[in-house]
Ligand binder design. Structure first.
Ligand code: BG6
Length: 368
């Protein structure tokens, strides 16, 4: 049943190209229009949306943080991401023109369900992104986009995460179409870029041995840090979460730009630090991230740098270099997270932990 893999998690990591492809399948027509068939909100209702609040827990919340960058960029609708367990206790300002987007692989997470119920009581419209047909959260929502990742057994979410990001992107493009902030051929171009992702993820899987070796090398570490910027920031958070969940060591993700505002104090000789480097672009984020790598390396960090093909600037500062296929900035999280997933599962394996069922965790937490 594990398909020849030692753990369900490894099988599910390997299924990610398919999870992305299946989540995209049949959602867009030849004329570039998007069809989201579980969308029970009318275009005119969606046109009225002036704010989006994403609510979710754990890895699903990090998928939301990634999606925020694309949603705001493509739709120009302000988007916040909030942990479901915090949302309803802070008296949030929501009304009929607020679209609350819940993200949940299982569709049963109590914190997320309570956030959905609260949002509906406050008259917001609720759209849920979910991987489990007929589960409670989609049943209680105004609209649903199902991710088609297939069942996820390992407690730590992997293919669910990628599929959630893709579903959020489809939603963003649909809203952009309805709102008129993107036109048909721009949308088709972005969809065509997303269609390249399964092959790009496959390449990261094919390069998996590098992560296996690195995990064995770093197995004695008691603390590992992750840095990222822009859409790479939530990737850093997710890389750290995976390691906490599976390897039970201290791991933290930081925004690279925050380094000098605190985290740099943690850097000491030999501390492993993963850095996700954004693609080169107009915004100088690649250059700024490279200088962050220089700063931590000068203080003795052991740098594991994830940078796209052809980025030679990082080479002098990388103790380990992980190459990423060239993809647009907003899609980079979908490839950059894969080596971090492999690293965490291998690290846990080396330590002799149960990769599929980490201590103290449950696949779906149905209590608050
Ligand atoms: C946690 C799981 O309890 O719930 C995480 O350990 C998961 O892996 C989170 O991301 C949210 O679960 P769901 O099903 O709502 O996406």
């Amino acid at each position: 049943e594990k398909g020849g893999y030692d753990w369900f998690m490894l099988k599910e990591i390997a299924e990610q190209p398919q999870a992305v492809a299946d989540t995209l399948l049949g959602r867009h027509s030849a004329d570039g229009r998007l069809q989201l068939d579980e969308m029970r909100l009318s275009d005119s209702e969606l046109r009225d949306v002036d704010r989006i609040i994403i609510v979710a827990c754990g890895t699903a919340a990090y998928a939301g943080l990634v999606a925020k960058y694309a949603i705001e960029h493509w739709t120009r609708i302000p988007c916040e991401v909030e942990l479901a367990s915090e949302f309803r206790y802070r008296d949030p300002i929501i009304d009929r023109s607020t679209l609350v987007v819940s993200i949940s692989q299982s569709g049963e997470t109590m914190d997320t369900l309570m956030a959905v119920r609260y949002a509906r009581q406050q008259k917001a419209r609720v759209l849920s992104i979910c991987n489990t047909n007929g589960s409670t959260i989609p049943r209680e929502s105004d609209a649903v986009i199902y991710t088609h990742a297939g069942p996820e057994i390992a407690v730590a979410s992997t293919k669910g995460f990628l599929a959630q990001i893709v579903a959020c992107y489809l939603l963003a493009l649909y809203l952009a179409q309805v709102k008129g902030t993107k036109y048909g051929d721009e949308i088709s171009d972005i969809i065509a870029d997303i269609q390249q992702i399964p092959a790009a993820v496959q390449r990261m899987l094919d390069d998996g041995d590098q992560m296996r070796k690195l995990a064995a090398d770093l197995a004695g570490s008691r603390s590992i840090l992750f840095l990222g910027r822009h859409a790479g920031y939530p990737v850093a958070l997710e890389g750290a979460l995976k390691l906490k969940e599976l390897a039970y060591i201290h791991a933290e993700g930081f925004a690279a730009g925050e380094l000098k505002h605190g985290p740099i104090a943690l850097i000491e000789e030999g501390l492993p630090v993963f850095v996700v480097v954004p693609p080169k672009g107009r915004d100088q984020l690649q250059e700024k991230t490279v200088s962050s790598i220089q700063e931590i390396r000068a203080r003795g960090a052991r740098t594991i740098v994830l940078a796209e093909d052809g980025d030679e600037d990082v080479v002098p500062y990388a103790d380990h270099l992980v190459r990423l296929p060239k993809v647009p900035t907003l899609l980079q999280p979908l490839v950059a997270v894969v080596p971090l997933q492999i690293f965490a599962s291998e690290f846990a394996s080396v330590l002799g932990h149960d990769v599929d069922q980490p201590r103290n965790l449950a696949k779906s937490v149905t209590v608050e």
